[in-house]
Design a protein around this ligand. Structure first.
Ligand code: PGA
Length: 238
């Protein structure tokens, strides 16, 4: 209550110039009718400029899905925070579990990326979350506390994304999400938005967003389907 509601789409490595245009053509008028929810789309690097151009003036912010922890230099294939900021990018997902798991990103790297995003004047969306093995071992709180504690977290968006719920169709129950969100809430400043991610769909968004410490969602698969993403935004706007 009183905190801003957020819904961010994480397109991951999906899209094409044509598909992006079609998606945004549907999203912009839909989002324009909504009140009380911040909408962000996090797009693959090559599309940032075009998406920025298309969204100029629309109530949808755009962001990136990753960033280099370095300011500049001989880092082939990397993209700096300053480069993103130059495109008007306002958000950057940091520490997504796919980055941690598939690309070996460590807590220390995630912390450095978080700091780089802040230094460039953008807002990091920090992802934390446990694997199924860690949950079954009763280590959920220990893991998310470690991941959050590694970062000097202030003024960002925090996303709780249980790894076992991402792209699996198996979302955390609203109560499971609430439990971890309430735990995280005690570790961040009162105004911090804590959003949930992991198989959020139009069918379950309302129940998850109704939890007192859930301020919205980070949406993967369903953010690629305009109607689904809009329905999820509507559930958050209520
Ligand atoms: P999903 O992905 O909604 O497809 O489960 C969420 C995420 O990885 O951010």
């Amino acid at each position: 209550m009183g905190r801003t509601r957020w819904v961010a789409g994480n397109w991951k490595m999906h899209g094409s110039r044509q598909a992006n245009r079609a998606l945004l053509d549907e999203l912009v008028p839909g989002v324009s009718q909504l009140r009380g929810v911040e909408c962000v789309v996090c797009v693959p690097f090559p599309y940032l400029g075009e998406v920025a151009g298309k969204l100029g003036g629309a109530p949808i912010a755009w962001g990136a899905q990753n960033v280099s922890e370095h300011a500049q230099g001989a880092y082939t294939g990397e993209v700096s925070a300053a480069m993103l900021a130059e495109f008007g990018c306002r958000y950057v997902i940091v520490g997504h579990s796919e980055r941690r798991q598939l690309y070996g990103e460590t807590d220390a790297q995630v912390a450095a990326k978080f700091a780089a995003v802040k230094a460039a004047g953008m807002t990091p969306i920090l992802c934390v979350g446990e694997t199924l093995q860690e949950r079954d071992a009763g280590k959920t709180e220990e893991v998310v506390a470690r991941q959050l504690g590694a970062v000097r977290f202030e003024e960002g968006v925090l996303a709780y994304e249980p790894v076992w719920a991402i792209g699996t169709g198996r979302n955390a129950t609203p109560e499971q999400a609430q439990q971890v969100h309430a735990f995280l809430r005690r570790k961040v400043s009162p105004g911090t938005a804590i959003i949930y991610g992991g198989s959020v769909k139009p069918q379950n968004a309302g129940a998850i967003f109704a939890m007192p410490d859930v301020d919205g969602g980070l949406i993967g698969g369903a953010s690629l389907v305009a109607k689904d993403f809009l329905d999820i935004l509507k559930a958050a706007a209520k």
